[in-house]
Ligand binder design. Structure first.
Ligand SMILES: Nc1ncnc2c1ncn2[C@@H]1O[C@H](COP(=O)(O)OP(=O)(O)OP(=O)(O)O)[C@@H](O)[C@H]1O
Length: 944
């Protein structure tokens, strides 16, 4: 159980002590007895033992223990029990709070009308019994849990006025919900709630509270009603409770309020109590937020109904210009058996099992893509190229559906499908993919009769090429005898190599013995035929080691042919740019697939790649052999094959460049990556279950050859190098990922001046600790037909940080910074689009793996838990995806700002530990624990 959960139980116990007037008890064994006998198993919730709970309280400075006595920290009450912010000052004794600026200051509030009671109400006496002022309604955990459980089935009843109680308000109430909106954080808004006994007998109003804590709200009433101090409502009598909303930040703040009533006999048992619920949705929306808000309400595209059983013919369309394109034949698995699936991956089962898993994956892709079929979708002529038609495909930029240049889809004129008639389906080829639309090339037969805005039914199709390439690679790997490479034992390895002394291009690497030895071993080919692995956490120099090794292989063996690959275009481009630092352009060739958008080619690479006049061209083999290095993505792919970010790729993707190209005896494969960062994206649950989600790098790392030798406790440098010196980040940025994912092994080696450049930034909650977690109560919204999410409140907070960063630069000893030193990472395309409206420097996590910036701002977007499963399924978002989370928080050198809703994020174990460690454990040795809590805005600290 996490520390935060244990702490939560501890605080809940403290609350229980308060409720039963026993906070004066300090004796540890007595408290343990109360905990065990009365609290621990009182409501079926599984709670940890007392010591474990006490330990969590101690760690978070909420309790101290000495001489067998437990002393609860007085701030426990303020921070925790008082989840509804305590009034800052009272108007009169026992009166209603009117903290500044009061909206209804001076208005009378009493039992029947709004006013201040002339004398202290009975609550004063009751609440001071224990020497503690406890009139602010506190949360009843048991009740909150009970209501949350009932909520799904009994919502209608919970919000209905019952047993003579009517709850009305000065705001409109629709379906139990009160909504209102403010324009600025300086405003305070009050909602008056009137509780009326409309029955013919008296009733007791016994309790009110909120189901969730949210400190921007305050609830209050004049009589300070509690269960110890109930209020009798005579027939026809009305009583007012006020809700005050005072947001600190723009955002969306939902709340649920519960009101408890009972028959008026003092002896009536608690079971006779009944509860009414009201919901509140408060918003604070600034003008920027309005501008960025949904352009139109979200309306998912109508999905095409199940395929009609009509006869049809297909009219082929116009393909985009591209080089030679060889059709590949589909491979159906020859064997399909449970024993094959369950037998695990061995060299004997390699081809059959991988082909079967790829087949399962392809079936899942077919099923998935059908869900995106659209009906009644209009198309328009492209203004720039009249022969193309433009179709809106919301979500295409997030691969929902996955459509690339060169893929095709089928359209039918809407309303044409009639029984007995042969339907014409027109195949449209994708010429260009834009944010939410594609440009399609169709048959002239369609174009000649096309009217702008004409509506069509659209069927998406899966491009089988990628699966087929991988299936073929599995087959070729077998044919070309790559068993010793893919299942290395070390037994077949050639004699111990002689390592040469090398003069590295990047002198910094000579100072790092692991990097230097990795380069030496790669140059000597010492692991052959086994692959050489370079693995290690973020920022440890895997890519630069790989790049240096490539340069050294070329320097020492001039005739070598090297294929350098990465799973994504951005990672392959990065390799290319780094290689160009010391190599002549003529030696190097970056080969793009025809599906790549030519506009996305970085300028540094334009004149050493396969970009032709209008499209990418594919030179013949002889032409290609003139180059020393060819750089491609794995799917687009020697003697030497280098693969960067190998942990991100499916095994069969990684073997595409090996199978058929690698000489099994003399070829050298080098894989660099980190299995704790982005992994393969697989849709089929069966394929995942039986191993397709494991990259070649990850699988090999479990082979004994690549593991620490027991006798020495070290890795065998001949086959593997583990890099542990991080050259990127300030220790505070690394602290939590290091503990979560790397067993604390990462060492800080980043340039001191750069990594410390934000340690004194005035906006840090704590000096010397350049990590900020900024809690935002936003709302994850969608607009129009797009399935992608955005969160305007988070954009606003990001903009605020951008302003602070750019305005503050160069001042008070801070380094100057330009926008290119700042990166913003968001998990959804729509959020990226919204942020781009103001800035030009954002990208998705995939684009950021392998990259770094001086300052990184992360927007997590998710603010409601209900979409988290969808995120998991589509490998989107940061919640419930440790690897994406790890990549996002390890890109910054000097300052990391994470903006998100901690209540939602904490539903994920990794985030929970992250927020927990940031908040409750000293991030650096010299930090005071109490100060660490300042890392989070106080408003949120109360919520957690
Ligand atoms: N020996 C070294 N001395 C100084 N700086 C280094 C050294 N090795 C790497 N670096 C620097 O560290 C940073 C991270 O390097 P690199 O991108 O190669 O790491 P990585 O392990 O591939 O990271 P990630 O897994 O996060 O993509 C770069 O700025 C690089 O120049």
């Amino acid at each position: 159980m996490t520390l935060s959960k244990r702490r939560e139980f501890g605080l809940e116990f403290y609350e229980f002590l308060k409720d039963t007037n026993r906070t004066s008890i300090k004796n540890k064994s007595k408290l343990r007895d109360i905990y065990n006998n009365e609290f621990r198993n009182s409501d079926g919730v599984k709670r940890p033992n007392f010591s474990s709970v006490l330990y969590a309280l101690k760690l978070s400075n909420k309790a101290r223990v000495y001489s067998g006595q437990v002393h609860f920290n007085p701030t426990v009450r303020e921070y925790y029990l008082d989840q509804w912010r305590r009034p800052t000052r009272s108007v009169q004794n026992g009166g209603l709070i009117t903290s500044t600026p009061p909206v209804h200051n001076g208005v009378q509030l009493n039992k029947y009308t709004v006013g201040v009671p002339s004398s202290p109400g009975p609550a004063q006496t009751a609440s001071t019994q224990n020497g503690v002022t406890s009139h602010t309604p506190r949360r009843d955990w048991k009740l909150a849990n009970k209501i949350l459980k009932m909520y799904n089935s009994d919502r209608a009843e919970l919000i209905s006025d019952r047993r003579g109680v009517l709850i009305t308000s000065d705001h409109p109430v629709k379906d139990g919900l009160i909504k209102f909106s403010l324009e600025s954080v300086t405003e305070v808004h009050i909602v008056h709630l009137f509780l009326k006994n409309s029955s013919s007998s008296p009733l007791l109003f016994t309790y009110y509270s909120a189901l969730h804590r949210m400190s921007c709200f305050t609830l209050q009433d004049t009589q300070k009603v509690t269960r110890n101090n109930p209020l009798q409502l005579a027939p026809g009598e009305q009583y007012e409770v006020q809700l005050q909303f005072r947001p600190k930040h723009p955002g969306f703040y939902p709340a649920a309020l519960v009101f408890e009533f009972k028959p008026p006999h003092s002896s009536s048992p608690p079971s006779l109590a009944f509860h009414l619920l009201r919901f509140v949705e408060a918003q604070c929306v600034t003008s920027l937020a309005r501008e960025l808000g949904p352009t139109a309400p979200y309306r998912p595209r109508p999905i095409m109904s199940a395929e009609a059983s009509l006869r049809y013919i297909v009219e082929d369309g116009e393909q985009p210009e591209r080089g030679l394109c060889r059709k590949m034949v589909a491979i159906s698995p020859s064997l399909w058996s449970r024993s094959l699936l369950e037998g695990g991956l061995t060299w004997e089962s390699y081809k059959e099992l991988l082909q079967l898993l790829l087949y399962l994956e392809a079936i899942q892709m077919e099923v998935d893509i059908k869900k995106y079929n659209m009906t009644k979708s209009p198309m328009f002529r492209d203004k720039a190229k009249k022969s193309l038609l433009v179709l809106e495909v919301p979500g295409v930029s997030e691969n929902r559906p996955s459509v690339l240049r060169g893929d095709s889809l089928l359209v039918t004129k809407w309303g044409e499908g009639k029984e007995g008639k042969v339907l014409v389906k027109y195949r449209g080829y994708v010429h260009r993919v834009e944010l939410e639309r594609v440009k399609l090339g169709f048959n002239p037969k369609l174009l000649s009769s096309f009217i702008d805005g004409q509506k069509f039914d659209v069927e998406f199709t899966v491009n089988r090429l990628t699966t087929r390439l991988q299936q073929r690679a599995a087959e070729l790997a077998f044919q070309h005898n790559l068993g010793n490479t893919l299942f290395p034992s070390g037994g077949t390895t050639t004699k111990t190599p002689k390592l040469q002394q090398l003069w590295l291009y990047d002198k910094a690497l000579e100072q790092n013995p692991e990097q230097y030895s990795a380069v030496q071993n790669i140059v000597a080919g010492s692991s052959r035929p086994a692959p050489y692995l370079v693995f290690g956490p973020p920022g440890t120099g895997k890519t630069v080691t790989l790049v240096e090794a490539i340069k050294q292989v070329l320097k020492t063996k001039g005739s070598s042919h090297i294929l350098a690959c990465a799973p994504s275009n951005s990672a392959a481009d990065l390799l290319c740019v780094k290689l160009l630092e010391h190599l002549e352009k003529r030696k190097l060739f970056r080969m793009y697939a025809s599906s790549r958008n030519p506009d996305d080619v970085p300028t540094a690479i334009v004149d050493c790649c396969n970009m032709g006049e209008h499209c990418f061209v594919f030179p013949c083999k002889e032409e290609l052999m003139k180059y020393s290095i060819i750089i491609t993505t794995l799917l687009t792919a020697g003697r030497h094959v280098f693969v960067d970010e190998a942990g991100h790729a499916v095994e069969t993707e990684t073997i595409i460049p090996l199978a058929g190209l690698l000489d099994p005896d003399n070829g050298q494969v080098v894989l660099a990556g980190d299995p704790k960062q982005l992994g393969p994206i697989i849709r089929s649950p069966l394929a995942i279950k039986y191993g397709l989600g494991v990259s070649l790098l990850e699988r090999l790392m479990k082979v004994s050859l690549y593991q620490k030798e027991e006798s020495t406790g070290t890795f065998n440098n001949r086959y593997v190098t583990k890099l542990l010196r991080n050259y990127r980040s300030h220790p505070s940025i690394l602290k939590v990922p290091n503990e979560l994912f790397y067993e604390g092994e990462l060492q800080v080696f980043a340039n001191e001046m750069i990594r410390n450049s934000y340690c004194n930034w005035e906006h840090l909650p704590q000096k010397g600790f350049p990590v900020v977690f900024h809690g935002v109560a936003g709302r994850d919204e969608r607009e129009e037909n797009s399935p992608s999410f955005f969160n305007v409140a988070e954009v606003e907070v990001l903009m605020e940080y951008m302003r602070k960063l750019l305005q503050g630069q160069g001042k008070r000893g801070l380094a100057t910074i330009s926008p290119k030193d700042i990166g913003i990472i968001a998990p959804y395309r729509k959020q990226v689009e919204k942020i781009r409206k103001a800035l030009k420097i954002v990208g998705s996590v995939e684009e950021f793996q392998g990259q770094e910036r001086r300052v990184i701002l992360v927007s997590t977007v998710r603010s409601s838990a209900k979409y988290i499963q969808t995120d998991q399924r589509f490998s989107l978002g940061f919640v419930k995806n440790e690897k994406r989370f790890n990549v996002a928080v390890t890109r910054a050198k000097a300052l990391l700002v994470v903006v998100g809703n901690p209540l939602v994020l904490r539903g994920d174990p990794a985030w929970d530990r992250y927020v927990d460690r940031l908040l409750f454990c000293p991030p650096t040795v010299e930090t005071e624990e109490s100060e660490v809590q300042q890392q989070l805005d106080p408003e949120w600290r109360n919520e957690l």
